[in-house]
Write a protein that binds this ligand. Structure first.
Ligand SMILES: [Zn+2]
Ligand SMILES: [Zn+2]
Length: 515
């Protein structure tokens, strides 16, 4: 199994069945205990989770030794490292995928101009006329482009202190996170209070989403941007507080307990100690807690196919679909396409899509029917206005995360553009359909609405751009629809609508023995 490359953060828990250590990639939705063989669904991820990074330097003796070394290296005379205390500083972590449509003009790659060569032309029709060098702006081509990038950033969550760490940086991406436990609560005085609010972290996420996010070849006129799947957690990072003395006086050395390196020296450690001791800056914050559910179909008791990245779990035995709701299993309704009238291909792979009734609103104007939408984004075919004015707008978004986030948007906007007339059906009795796991939740799908709209709007329609920029996209009544895909060469292809994707585009393997 392959996991998207952006994050390799591991989470450490104790198996709720046998207390054995389980370590899993944070993207995993289903985990396996190698000690007792149990499979578990990871639930309770909505809301803010908190984690603790374990120190690599956990003994006071070692911390003092490191401090002593540092003092010597920095040329202090007769240095002495005294009492050392381990404490944890909170950081907000923000994660999501930023999508941005840029409508504008693209600078043409003109090798002559790039080399600074200008063109000489002859002005006037007479021979021997004046020769002039004309400098024209570089040629441009109008169009649109979709950019996407992963947002994964940490900011300090403690207040009023300068610890010399503005971010945990890439360390969080290579480390093991322990879920915050009862033992941690008992060590309360080792944890700096979380003083930066979630609202502040949310504002910062917005700000970070705009950073380093430009295509230098494009000059934007209109941009549409969304952070999809934005979530926040709190990570407590370990630091050593070491009292040091030398001929020049005394100071406090702060040591990174993971990198085993000094962070900074401060003349006075009282502000830190006050915050650790005091209760006045401790505000209560409602954190979420991970829960683990037995990974078996609540309807028939069979084990679900092991799809570690999935949040939708289809039971091929009884053909019921389940997901997590508020920490418990909840059954989900779904439909199958096409109906029994057109028999599905053999060896079909059923891929789940979200279909949402969509309303668009901008500048006091509301769009609810396909006839409305076609005024904004005309299809390359003749439209029966009468008929289309009775059809609601449906936006389609794959309920599957692909390795490349743009593939989600591509497939969704292609199916949305087709707006197929669908008969909804169900799986045949007695069948054991092969389904792709559903890794993209309904909230993420709804976040993608504006991006789908951006894909539908032609780049040349400037009036539409202005309308879309202020547009509120409401995706309602989400339904799960399974479309049958067949393997055609290197692609999975849906035969009625013609949409397809590369067979290796999935984030997780599909191979699953049929029962
Ligand atoms: Zn176990
Ligand atoms: Zn079942």
């Amino acid at each position: 199994m392959e996991i998207p490359a952006e994050s390799k953060v591991h989470i450490l828990i104790h198996c709720p069945q046998c207390r054995g250590d389980i370590e899993f990639l944070e993207e995993a939705q289903v985990i396996h205990c190698r000690f007792c063989g149990t499979d578990l669904l990871v639930a309770g991820r909505k809301g803010v989770l908190r984690y603790v990074i374990s120190p690599l330097v956990s003994e006071e003796k070692k911390a003092r030794l490191l401090a002593q070394e540092h003092l010597l290296k920095s040329g202090k005379r007769s240095p002495r490292a005294g009492e050392a205390t381990l404490f944890y500083a909170p950081f907000w972590r923000m994660q999501g995928t930023v999508f941005r449509w840029v409508f504008g003009s693209k600078l043409m790659k003109d090798p002559m101009r790039r080399l600074g060569i200008s063109i000489s032309i002859r002005v006037g029709s007479e021979p021997g006329g004046e020769e002039a060098t004309v400098s024209t702006p570089p040629p441009k081509e109008r169009g649109k482009v979709l950019l996407s990038r992963v947002l994964d950033h940490t900011i300090p969550g403690y207040g009023g202190l300068e610890l010399g760490l503005s971010t945990i940086g890439i360390r969080a991406q290579a480390l093991r996170l322990q879920t915050f436990s009862r033992e941690h609560l008992e060590m309360r005085e080792s944890f700096l209070p979380l003083e930066v609010s979630l609202e502040k972290a949310q504002a910062d996420a917005k700000w970070f989403s705009n950073l380093f996010f430009e295509d230098k070849d494009w000059i934007p006129e209109v941009t549409l941007q969304r952070i999809v799947g934005l979530r926040f957690s709190v990570i407590y990072f370990p630091l050593w507080y070491v009292n040091c003395t030398h001929e020049g006086g005394r100071e406090i050395l702060l040591l990174d307990a993971v990198a085993q390196s000094p962070v900074q020296t401060i003349p006075d450690g009282e502000p830190i100690l006050n915050r650790l001791r005091g209760n006045d800056t401790r505000k209560s914050f409602q954190f979420s807690e991970l829960r683990f559910l037995p990974f078996r179909c609540p309807n028939c008791g069979w084990a679900f196919p092991f799809r570690p990245l999935s949040i939708l779990h289809f039971c091929p035995t009884c053909r019921h679909l389940f997901g997590e709701k508020e920490g418990e299993w909840a059954e989900l309704a779904y439909s199958v396409i096409p109906s029994e009238k057109a028999p599905p291909p053999k060896n079909a792979l059923w891929v789940p899509f979200w279909r949402c009734r969509t309303r668009l609103e901008s500048s006091g104007e509301r769009m609810e029917t396909m006839a409305d939408l076609y005024r904004l984004a005309p299809p390359p075919r003749v439209v029966d206005r009468n008929r289309e004015s009775r059809r609601p707008i449906y936006f389609y978004i794959p309920a599957v995360k692909f390795r490349n986030p743009q593939a989600i948007q591509n497939l969704g906007s292609r199916l949305t553009f087709v707006q197929p007339d669908l008969n909804l059906g169900s799986f045949e009795d007695g069948s054991h359909p092969l389904t792709a796991g559903g890794s993209l939740g309904v909230e993420d799908a709804q976040d993608l609405g504006l991006m789908i709209l951006g894909a539908l709007i032609p780049w040349a329609n400037r009036k539409a751009h202005a309308w879309v920029q202020k547009c509120r996209v409401e995706l309602q009544d989400p339904q799960i629809l399974y479309f049958p895909f067949s393997r055609v060469d290197l692609f999975w292809k849906e035969l009625t609508t013609g949409i397809s994707f590369q067979h290796n585009a999935f984030s997780e393997d599909l191979a699953e023995p049929q029962r």
